[in-house]
Design a protein around this ligand. Structure first.
Ligand SMILES: Cc1cc2nc3c(=O)[nH]c(=O)nc-3n(C[C@H](O)[C@H](O)[C@H](O)COP(=O)(O)OP(=O)(O)OC[C@H]3O[C@@H](n4cnc5c(N)ncnc54)[C@H](O)[C@@H]3O)c2cc1C
Ligand code: SF4
Ligand code: SF4
Length: 608
């Protein structure tokens, strides 16, 4: 099939692109404002393929200043999008450890003792202290609390109602089509194949969609973005080595909750000092809450799900959450390299937008607005080129899209933020100080050098638990878990003093129940596995197996001969396995031993 423009992924970046472009393609009287080069007399043919089974079946927290969103959508505040609220009270809280199980440095233990000793003089309650001063970059005054799922569904309906754009959910793009260095479109995923991709009954090869321009907006772990990175590499000194998994619950708060819509809480310090939490309140007693587990957290058993439950049980939060009910759940990777992860933005026949193009601001923790802004910039550029009847060459896209991007606030603020997180390479205290330093000096100074790839700083189980669990006992626990075919983190956390989770069947539910109740995870048959262990011999020798411990959906489990087994039906497509691997892929230290490819299914909830 031949079209003019094909887009990969419908996240905020592509939503910004299509919102802007769709409004310009036709005049008020319905005649084409520019003509399709492939179908003269018609407006340009624009298609967008989204992997998830419906628009908005992804995950994001979303509190945003909404500068770019409001510029494109002047009626945004009055639109009545479900779950939207204006930002109200904002607090940053340091959570002390009421359990005594977290792994705190001497400095933090000293700080905790000082806080407890002087709590009468501090804004201290329920084992948490509210930071009396927070730097401006942490605030979202005047912004919005949104559900990204609800927002994207609303935008998607608007875009499609213009009649100039088609969006196809449930349609993963498998690969880009190349003619030498020119991108000439995309190929969709094969159907009717087995787990290994071998054709079976009902085989339907993925359709080729040829297009003059391919817009890649497939997010931080998108397979098409990865193919471009493998093909072109990154500009000098650019790399994507900082990641985090964001895991999120959407809950009904108990009746009579004192939390008002628009309340924004950010936390750090517990359950481990390296983990950051958030709680945003929507209208009608609904709240989004969750935890970020970063790649610089050296633990080889970094399990977001178990930690999120301990976080909810912290006394400061539990007084609001006791009696709450789970509505939906999910997880997704954040690309935390920001501008330093920027790939080659354009080439002959393609352009990259959104988080996968390095747009996320890692100082302010803002990605939606920036991704949207890059989509708008590309749409303006594309319209300019269509009007001038110029082809989508690298040079033309450079002079229109990249120029706009370089002149914008996304670039200016992204440069300030670029090195702001480097201090976290040495721990949470230096990380926080580094962020303040970078913010105060407008990016001129940062603490310490840039990050190494995640596998290079990951500790072995023996090293990480050196002072807590004797090696013989560790070996025994490992053996027992292998026999049971379960991950290790439960046994290790129990051994380190973490109490069992008191499941209540409505908020505190098992990981398996979260998959069914909260994520409603599904995987249609007839598709190949999208998570692949590239070099099984490396897995056989791997003592850490962090892929199993960190898997957000328990989709990776111990397998035969030491090679993990992947279960597509539990995969929430969070992409965490792409960077939670202990071994580099031979020949490329920035890639690991797992491939995360295009795949179907995943979460079935648009509340996230
Ligand atoms: C838990 C969490 C909390 C967050 N909180 C905030 C916040 O409060 N504020 C904020 O500003 N940002 C927040 N972010 C970051 C924000 O979500 C991202 O920066 C933003 O979504 C990036 O937009 P994008 O369009 O570039 O990519 P994405 O949102 O990742 O969208 C990419 C889309 O492409 C699709 N796709 C991928 N591969 C394919 C394929 N092969 N074929 C077809 N489609 C494909 C995906 O399904 C997805 O829909 C948060 C993220 C997480 C995970
Ligand atoms: S995928 Fe990576 S972490 Fe998992 S077993 Fe293989 S080498 Fe180890
Ligand atoms: S297997 Fe699926 S759920 Fe597990 S980490 Fe990978 S993408 Fe996430």
């Amino acid at each position: 099939m031949d079209v003019d423009i094909v887009c990969v992924g419908f996240g905020p970046a592509t939503a910004g692109f299509l919102t802007t472009l769709s409004k310009r393609l036709v005049n008020a009287d319905g005649t084409p404002a520019v003509e399709s080069p492939t179908q003269p007399g018609l407006p340009p043919q624009v298609l967008c393929y989204e992997r998830a089974d419906a628009i908005g079946f992804g995950v994001s927290g979303v509190v945003t200043r909404g500068r770019a969103l409001r510029a494109s959508l002047p009626d945004l505040d009055k639109a009545g999008i479900p779950m939207a609220a204006s930002v109200g009270e904002e607090k940053v809280l340091y959570l002390l450890d009421p359990v005594g199980a977290s792994r705190r440095s001497r400095t933090l233990r000293l700080a905790d003792s000082l806080i407890r000793a002087t709590q009468w003089a501090l804004p201290f309650e329920h084992a948490a202290v509210e930071l009396p001063w927070t730097p401006a970059f942490l605030h979202k005054h005047g912004g919005l609390v949104l559900s990204l799922g609800q927002f994207l569904q609303w935008v998607g309906a608007q875009v499609q109602s213009t009649g100039t754009v088609q969006i196809w959910p449930g349609t993963p793009v498998a690969q880009a089509l190349w003619e030498e260095n020119q991108v000439v479109g995309v190929r969709l995923l094969d159907q009717g194949v087995d787990k290994a991709g071998t054709p079976g009954d009902g085989f339907l090869p993925g359709m080729d969609i040829r297009a003059a321009l391919t817009v890649v907006g497939d997010g931080p772990v998108g397979p098409i973005g990865q193919q471009f990175d493998a093909h072109f590499g990154r500009p000098e000194d650019h790399h994507a080595r900082d990641w985090a998994i964001g895991m999120k619950f959407v809950v009904d708060l108990p009746e009579g909750t004192p939390l008002k819509p628009g309340t924004v809480l950010h936390t750090f310090g517990f359950p481990e000092p390296e983990l950051f939490g958030f709680l945003y309140v929507h209208p009608d007693r609904v709240a989004s809450l969750g935890l970020f587990v970063p790649s610089w957290f050296d633990s080889p058993t970094r399990t977001a799900y178990r930690y999120l439950q301990h976080w909810m049980l912290h006394p400061y939060l539990w007084r609001y959450l006791q009696g709450a009910k789970l509505r939906s759940w999910g997880a997704k990777t954040l690309g935390e390299s920001g501008r330093r992860g920027e790939p080659h933005l354009v080439g002959d026949g393609f352009a990259r937008i959104g988080e996968g193009s390095g747009s996320t601001n890692v100082l302010t923790g803002s990605g939606v607005d920036e991704a949207w802004a890059t989509g708008v910039q590309l749409a303006e550029a594309v319209f300019e080129l269509l009007k001038a009847k110029k082809p989508f060459t690298q040079q033309n896209l450079d002079e229109t899209y990249v120029r706009r991007r370089r002149e914008s606030w996304v670039e200016e603020e992204g440069r300030v933020a670029e090195k702001s997180r480097d201090g976290f390479q040495r721990g949470v205290v230096s990380g926080m100080l580094g962020m303040v330093l970078t913010s105060l000096t407008k990016g001129r100074f940062s603490l310490f050098k840039g990050p190494v790839p995640p596998h290079a700083r990951l500790k072995t189980l023996e090293d990480y638990f050196r002072n807590r669990i004797p090696p013989e006992e560790l070996a025994q626990l490992r053996k027992e878990c292998a026999i049971k075919g379960v991950s290790l983190h439960g046994a290790l956390m129990h051994r380190c003093g973490w109490p069992a989770i008191p499941y209540d069947g409505q908020l505190l539910v098992s990981h398996q129940d979260a998959l069914l109740l909260g994520g409603k995870v599904q995987a249609p048959p007839g598709y190949a596995d999208h998570v692949v262990f590239l070099y099984p011999n490396l897995c056989e020798q791997c003592g850490t197996k962090i892929c199993i411990e960190a898997c957000s959906g328990q989709a990776i489990a111990p397998g035969e001969k030491g090679v993990p087994a992947f279960d597509r039906e539990k995969c929430v497509h969070c992409g965490a396995c792409l960077w939670n691997c202990a071994q580099p892929a031979p020949g490329n230290p920035d890639r690991m031993n797992i491939a995360f490819r295009a795949g179907t299914g995943g979460l079935h909830s648009a509340e996230n």
